[in-house]
Design a protein around this ligand. Structure first.
Ligand code: ZN
Length: 87
C-alpha cells in the first residue's frame, strides 16, 4: 500500500484506488507486493485468505500482519512475477 494509492487484491484481481494502471505497472516493487497477495489467495483459497488477513489484522495490525510481512519481503524478489500474467 502507498500513501493515497491503494491496491486491494480480491482473488486474482488487483483493484486500484487513487492510482492509474500505468503507475501501478511502472512500480515493480509494488507489483511484486500485490502479486504475492495473489499467490497467497491461491494458497489459502478466497475465504481462507480473507479470514487469515482479518485475523492477522486484528492480532498484529496492518504492518505486522504475516501476509503483509511476506508481501513486503517479495518486493525484492525478481522471480515472483514470472508466472503472473497481466491482462
Ligand atoms: Zn499488502
Amino acid at each position: 500500500m502507498r500513501v493515497q494509492s491503494v491496491a486491494m487484491v480480491l482473488g486474482r484481481t488487483i483493484h486500484l484506488y487513487g492510482a492509474s494502471r500505468e503507475r501501478f505497472l511502472s512500480d515493480v516493487s509494488w507489483m511484486r507486493h500485490e502479486a504475492c497477495h495473489v499467490k497467497q489467495y491461491q494458497q489459502l483459497g478466497f475465504y481462507g485468505f480473507l479470514w487469515k488477513y482479518l485475523a492477522q489484522y486484528l492480532r498484529n495490525g496492518y504492518y505486522n500482519n504475516e501476509l503483509e510481512v511476506a508481501a513486503r519481503a517479495s518486493e525484492g524478489d525478481p522471480d515472483i512475477l514470472n508466472d503472473i500474467e497481466i491482462v
